[in-house]
Design a protein around this ligand. Structure first.
Ligand SMILES: Nc1ncnc2c1ncn2[C@@H]1O[C@H](COP(=O)(O)OP(=O)(O)O)[C@@H](O)[C@H]1O
Ligand SMILES: [Mg+2]
Length: 137
């Protein structure tokens, strides 16, 4: 996947603290969700651009943030991206091959692990951050 970013002309960076506390999670499912978010960032961020993965501990969880420099999502799109089959830019997303269920599944998987998945975007043209939490064990 990291190779894919480079091949597309995206800079990939990560911030992974070494002293994170252990989380309670199904590791296969957690990796599935993270892979999904990175694949979306790769797909929906135009080159030249940047994608960053950042992990941090909060008082009761570890938070995983995938930030990209995509066109961004307005508040209406932010509230809808987790709905089944929703694609923010239909023609563009279809051309890129998305089916619109990845984030729906990711959110269900996280909720089953007592985690959560959210999106924030500072505004159109300013990128987006998809972040999820997993509870501390
Ligand atoms: N990192 C991202 N940056 C911008 N838009 C995104 C990003 N991830 C998802 N989206 C938007 O949310 C929609 C839903 O995502 P998803 O459920 O993964 O479906 P798919 O990737 O199959 O289209 C996408 O079609 C896209 O419009
Ligand atoms: Mg997807």
């Amino acid at each position: 996947m990291v190779k894919g970013f480079k091949a597309k002309g995206l800079e990939f960076t990560s911030e992974l603290p070494s002293n994170l506390p252990p989380v309670k999670a199904d590791s296969d499912r957690a990796i599935q969700v993270l892979t999904n978010l990175l694949a979306n960032a790769l797909r929906y961020t135009p080159a030249p651009g940047a994608v960053k993965l950042k992990l941090r501990a909060t008082s009761h969880a570890v938070e995983f943030c995938v930030t990209d420099s995509c066109i961004g999502l307005n508040s209406d799109q932010q509230s809808r991206v987790f709905k089944r089959f929703y694609r923010a830019d239909k023609s563009h997303s279809r051309a890129l091959g998305g089916s619109g269920i990845g984030l729906t599944i990711a959110r269900v998987l996280l909720e089953a692990m007592d985690g959560r998945l959210d999106v924030t975007s500072p505004g159109l043209g300013l990128g987006a951050t998809f972040s999820f939490t997993l509870p501390l064990s």
